[in-house]
Design a protein around this ligand. Structure first.
Ligand SMILES: [Fe+2]
Length: 329
């Protein structure tokens, strides 16, 4: 018996949650099952779809309504879980954060960055940031989001949220500055996200390290092509691996020559990367280690002028997480 299939948007699928239906891909006009109902899509697969620019998958048409219900219910459930952790006062923030997240997923899953895609993202980031400058993002909200998914798109969002939180602490309250930090964080590893898996396979690892070395410039080039991308955003992307001591890449800039906003994004990036390592360890331990890493590299990777404001703000996140874990015991 032949079956009809309906398209579903990948950006609607949480890659770490069990799927409510079998999922199919379309190859040469044929539908091929690649995930069973009850299995998660997985982070690795999601990142592969990002690198290939695949934005749609398929399910049996008869299940489309219940699938869409599942999408809505799981989004609502996620927000409720976050509110439970961070408090009712963060409801508005999480609702809007969820919208920006969906918009970032859509952007990353597109094959190409068109002006239209970027404009849509900019609009949702603008709305989100304008609220943040009125009701600053809280340590509690960041702490609740610490254990979110870890696709490359999710990492970008975590960096963006954290960078905006740190920027506020460092005295940047201007809407346009915060927008640039957010957008710069979203795209900081875009070039890496779009490296095809085949380019990462190399017996001596040289290809991979070259790709890593090149990713700030590659990312900057890719976003530069779109209209209306502020030069500040491009500079953040280009300089997010530069270091205060001049040992960074690609240009080896030093001291005050490294763009201040790129430094803030760089701190947020290292923090989130450290947090996502050893994912099985309790989050409180991982946060503690991440703070140690940041502290150790102040004055080397990062301009000492951001300290101790940055570490104080990060400790607030740690305190919230410890408090939450104690309440659970
Ligand atoms: Fe990077």
């Amino acid at each position: 018996m032949s079956q009809n299939y309906s398209e579903v948007l990948l950006s609607n699928i949480n890659p770490e949650k069990p799927l409510p239906a079998d999922l199919f891909v379309k190859v040469d006009g044929k539908f091929i099952k690649f995930r069973e109902k009850g299995d998660p899509l997985t982070t690795e697969r999601f990142d592969q779809f990002i690198s290939k620019g695949v934005k749609n998958l398929y399910i049996a048409s008869s299940l489309i309504m219940s699938f869409l219900e599942w999408v809505n219910e799981s989004k609502e459930k996620e927000i409720e879980e976050l509110i439970q952790m961070a408090g009712e006062e963060n409801r508005g923030f999480f609702a809007q954060e969820g919208e920006v997240r969906a918009s970032v997923y859509e952007t990353f899953l597109e094959q190409e960055l068109t002006n239209e895609v970027v404009e849509n993202l900019q609009t949702s980031v603008k709305g989100f940031v304008s609220n943040i400058s009125k009701n600053p993002i809280t340590a509690k909200a960041i702490a609740a989001l610490a254990d979110k998914n870890s696709t490359i798109a999710d990492h970008s969002i975590s960096v963006a949220n954290l960078a905006v939180y740190l920027a506020l602490v460092c005295g940047h309250g201007h809407q346009f500055v915060l927008e640039n930090i957010y957008m710069g964080s979203i795209f900081h590893d875009y070039g890496k996200a779009k490296i095809q898996a085949k380019d990462l396979i190399s017996t001596d690892g040289r290809l991979y390290s070259q790709a890593i070395q090149d990713h700030p410039e590659k990312s900057a080039k890719m976003i530069q092509k779109t209209e209306g991308m502020p030069p500040q955003v491009i500079n953040i992307v280009l300089q997010h691996h530069e270091q205060f001591n001049g040992h960074g890449y690609p240009a080896g800039l030093a001291g005050e020559d490294v763009y201040e906003l790129a430094q803030i994004v760089s701190i947020a990036n290292v923090f989130d990367n450290t947090l996502k390592e050893n994912a099985k360890q309790p989050v409180a331990e991982r946060v503690k280690r991440a703070i140690k890493v940041i502290e150790y590299d102040k004055g080397k990777n990062w301009n000492p002028k951001f300290f101790p404001r940055v570490t104080d703000a990060l400790r607030k996140i740690e305190e919230t997480i410890i408090e939450r874990e104690n309440q659970r015991l």
